[in-house]
Design a binder for this molecule. Structure first.
Ligand code: 3UK
Length: 530
């Protein structure tokens, strides 16, 4: 334990994990591999960008950590990362952690006003971004009332992180932290208000990697991982970074957008053994294979596929397994619990179910009073486990409301069958998952109401042809006579210009009024089509 600061006893299920009292998670995830003889093993292959060995990784992590310190970042300071999937993402994330600084990976699809909110909310000391995102990051900082000291692109011709790293030392001793100390944050959105900072401790990535990565996926040093979900999502962060680093495996990174074609190209070129996708992408991949007979990508390297982010329709699961013969495991995770806590297993797949509790986690379904309900009855899904967030940043009310005696409300409605399989029945609030990514109906409604011709708007989720949820708009106009295709197109453009690109409504309905409660709150559930 002393060298690696952690020990795992796998004789028991779940494995028993013990931490040194000076635990810094960068040591077992990065430095350990040098002592275990993986210096020359490849850690990362970047599509179009070369390879990184475990030795180079450890050196660049040290340089990035030192560069942040040289730039004036102190222990506990937040550094926001608007960084594409790349080796630099790893360097910055782990370099910060090793130096006791808190990295905060952000969704790179957000718009300037979202970043302004997060910069102010986190009071970040630094913002580091891939050059691609300059056009959203720059105006965000300009508008922000809090000014970060350090604003740098990862690379480029002028001042940048890469240049700072060249001038920084390649040696860095891990700052002494503890297993329960703040380590990194992620932001998660809710129905109303801005996104909330989810604070995770040093031990949390160990827990998810061991319980789900090793326990469910059986990941080992021999695997090559490819995640269509990006590293800034908790799902992608585990899939393509913490799981492979925990066991000394290899990760393949696609810096660009994941489309059926780009994913198939990556799979054929780098031959991953585990592929992590989301339902919307599996549907698109199947469509591209089914509609074009000559499109038969070679997927034979893959031993296992996973799906998360939103429910995987049973029909999609069956079609994927029939077409490819590769097991596809649906599992549910949350940013707050960091990764998947209910999952199907290689030899236990039930179409339509989110699966069994992952050993190490417990799940229960409760009624409005917090009392467990009998099997088959629906209620609120609660989860207990060692990777739960410490707290929501500066939001004690939300923290108290969400966690009761170590059990966390997920916000999802579920039931459990007699075999212990959990089935998703939708959200307990009005939030939507579109392509696996959060979408607040209120945010889209507010955008629509900005338009001078719109009086009121309501957004609900509606299933498309693949049984996947997309936003549908119900709109009341100031002048009903304006309704028509021309205005619809105008509203569509208005939404696309001002919202993250997955959030625009796919259907528009012009209506006379919206269903409301006596207090004037829109009753979105009344608008949902069955
Ligand atoms: C929904 C699912 C049904 C559910 C995530 C894997 O999605 C992740 O985290 P987020 O914080 O969203 C959490 C919410 O998404 N959801 C996710 N997976 C499923 N619903 N079936 C599923 N398989 O509403 C949940 O509360 O973005 C996924 C790993 C880590 C994650 N953070």
């Amino acid at each position: 334990m002393e060298d690696n600061l952690v020990s795992v006893d796998t004789d028991l299920t779940p494995a028993v994990i013990s931490y040194s009292d000076r635990f810094n998670v960068a040591v077992p995830f990065i430095d350990r591999h040098l002592k275990e003889g993986r210096e020359n093993k490849i850690a990362i292959r970047v599509h179009g960008g070369g390879t990184v060995t475990y030795k180079t990784l450890a050196e660049h992590v040290n340089r990035a950590g030192n560069a942040l310190v040289d730039l004036g970042c102190k222990r506990g300071d937040r550094v926001l990362m608007v960084v594409k999937d790349s080796a630099e993402f790893y360097y910055l994330f782990w370099g910060a952690i090793k130096a006791g600084i808190i990295p905060v990976p952000l969704n790179t699809l957000l718009r300037a006003k979202d970043y302004t909110y997060i910069i102010e909310n986190s009071e970040a000391t630094g913002v580091i971004f891939s050059p691609e995102y300059l056009s959203e990051v720059e105006p965000a900082i300009e508008k922000s009332n809090h000014k970060p000291n350090t604003v740098l692109s990862t690379d480029g011709s002028g001042e940048c992180l890469a240049k700072q790293m060249l001038n920084a030392s390649a040696n860095l001793n891990a700052v002494t932290t503890t297993a329960n100390e703040d380590c990194f944050w992620l932001y998660s959105s809710g129905t109303t208000g801005g996104p909330k900072g989810v604070v995770h401790a040093h031990k949390d990535m160990v827990v998810t990697s061991q319980y789900y990565g090793v326990g469910i996926l059986g990941i080992s040093e021999k695997d090559t991982c490819f995640s269509a979900a990006k590293l800034f999502f908790a799902y992608g962060l585990g899939n393509a970074m913490t799981f492979p680093l925990w066991v000394g495996a290899e990760a393949v990174l696609l810096p660009g957008p994941p489309t059926p074609d780009s994913c198939h190209e990556i799979i054929e070129t780098y031959k991953p053994t585990i592929f992590y996708g989301v339902p919307t992408l599996y549907a698109a991949q199947l469509k591209s294979m089914e509609t074009n007979e000559t499109n038969n990508p070679d997927l034979s390297s893959i031993r296992l596929c996973t799906s998360a982010g939103e429910a995987l329709p049973p029909d999609l699961l069956k079609r994927w397994m029939d077409k490819t013969g590769i097991p596809l495991l649906d599992g549910i995770g949350t940013t707050e619990i960091l990764h998947i806590f209910l999952s199907n297993q290689i030899d236990k797949i039930k179409p339509g179910a989110s699966g069994l509790a992952v050993p190490g986690y417990e799940g229960k379904i409760v009624d409005g009073d917090g009392k467990e309900v009998p099997n088959g009855e629906t209620g609120d899904l609660m989860i207990k486990g060692d990777s739960l967030l410490k707290l929501y940043w500066r939001n004690p009310d939300k923290t108290t409301a969400s966690i009761k005696d170590g059990w966390m409300y997920t916000g999802d409605t579920y039931y459990k069958d007699d075999e212990g399989f959990f089935f998703c029945c939708g959200r307990s609030d009005d939030m939507l998952k579109v392509g696996g990514i959060w979408c607040s109906p209120v945010e889209i409604e507010n955008k629509l109401v900005e338009h001078p011709k719109v009086l009121e708007a309501a957004i609900v989720g509606r299933e498309d042809d693949e049984q996947l949820i997309k936003p549908e708009a119900f709109i009341v106009l100031n002048n009903p006579k304006d309704a028509g295709d021309v205005l619809q197109k105008e509203l569509l453009e208005h939404c696309k210009a001002g919202l993250a690109r997955y959030k625009y409504p796919r259907w528009f309905n012009f209506v006379e009024d919206l269903p409301k409660t006596a207090t004037g709150k829109i009753q979105r559930f009344q608008l949902r089509s069955e």
